[in-house]
Design a protein around this ligand. Sequence first.
Ligand code: NAD
Length: 467
Amino acid sequence: MQAYNLLINGRLVPGASTLDVINPATGEVLAVAPRADAAQLDEAVAAAKAAFPAWAALTMAARREKLFAIADALEARMDEFARLLTAEQGKPFADAMGEVGGSVYMLRILGALDLPNKILREDETQKIIEHRTPLGVVAAITPWNFPLSLLIIKITPALLAGNTVVAKPAPTTPLTSLLLAELTNAILPPGVLNVIVDQNDLGGLLTKHKDVAKVSFTGSSATGKKVMESAASSLKRLTLELGGNDVGIVLDDATVKDVAPKVFASAMVNSGQVCLALKRLYVPDAMYDEMCDELAVLADAAVVQDGMMQGVQYGPVQNKAQYDKVRALIEDTRSEGKIIAGGVPHEGPGYFIRPTIVRDIADDARLVREEQFGPVLPVLRYSTLEDAIERANDTTFGLGGTVWTANPERGLEVAMKLDSGVIWVNQHLVIHPDIPAGGSKQSGMGQELGLEGLMEFTQNHVVYMAK
Ligand code: NAD
């Protein structure tokens, strides 16, 4: 078994204790990870605080060079990272290669962003200049569905802007973050990036810490609320990327055979464990039976197994707690709707759940109202488009949504009525690193990606200079 270490102040160190990391495809221990205690968290924050002035004093170009060097180093070790990602997260190896390759791409695209000083006004009497200055120590807290790319989305703009970072991955997927820590340690000055691991017990201390200036958090809405509470004590800057219950609406001019495979893929990708995955689908009465049948055929044909196997489409659910949660939702659904594909308990090791399609389910069923974050899709029928839009918006979430139609302009009209941070027409889950994204309502606060995402790691600093 490979040994993993925390990264604190430029040193790869063991944790105060350890935790077992489970391979979700086998249910067996994959590796023993170091687990930090509160004292190590304090050390990590202190190291980041001490490293901040020198890092912030570098030019953005100098910091960018380091980020590009990380991109090159990661690219050179893609296969190793992807294997580890599949082993700890469960996703098919091809998808893991996609996540690692996407991380390299994001390091390069986000790392190339710039925030030059802006002259806001100038005349004979005065000049007004805006600078964007870094904030200090950033806490980067990530979930287990995309352990590597979601961390890269945070640390790239945070470091580029001149902040230093203490990163804390989810306890069930710490290994790729720790491998990244080791890789970056050969490139970054000590203390600029620190990586600690917990057992879901240090997040509160980190987000409350007096020397943390900003929290960039991705995770559930429930934890996001706790983060907001603990950040209040020192009015920390916050970016919250939270849960979603993304809606798909099929318009009556769409062709079921064309749309069904795309809908299926956007609901089941990463075994449904994507914040922006399609989580409920509304279909017009006239096409309802055909759409349900098509989706059921696709679900029955899906290849679900260990992500390292050839030809696999979907791996296991990432951890036992999420597996139990999704299984319980499926059991609830037996009395609330009709399961037409999947839904059978898995026999053998690993946390596998086959793609499950549910029809004839009420709007107030848990599977419709809550975020399932697993491979289970409820299909709901509608009679009028106005009714579908109203039901689509009747949720506390507002992360993403999709409209499927033969007429993109009509799709755009519907998209304008959906209350959500991102809406796609005739495509889903397309994300460009230079385009900002963020949730509405309880799906989040602030933006990631793009120039707006970079600005979230800065403070505006305006100088009025009399001439
Ligand atoms: P989670 O909220 O349980 O955990 C996320 C992270 O928060 C983990 O690192 C966890 O250890 C940490 N944490 C736990 N308690 C904390 C506390 N009190 N203070 C601070 N941090 C704490 O989420 P999860 O189950 O790991 O991830 C799934 C959720 O993440 C889903 O709701 C999904 O939609 C959401 N998500 C959102 C986005 C997005 O961009 N909007 C992306 C991916 C996942």
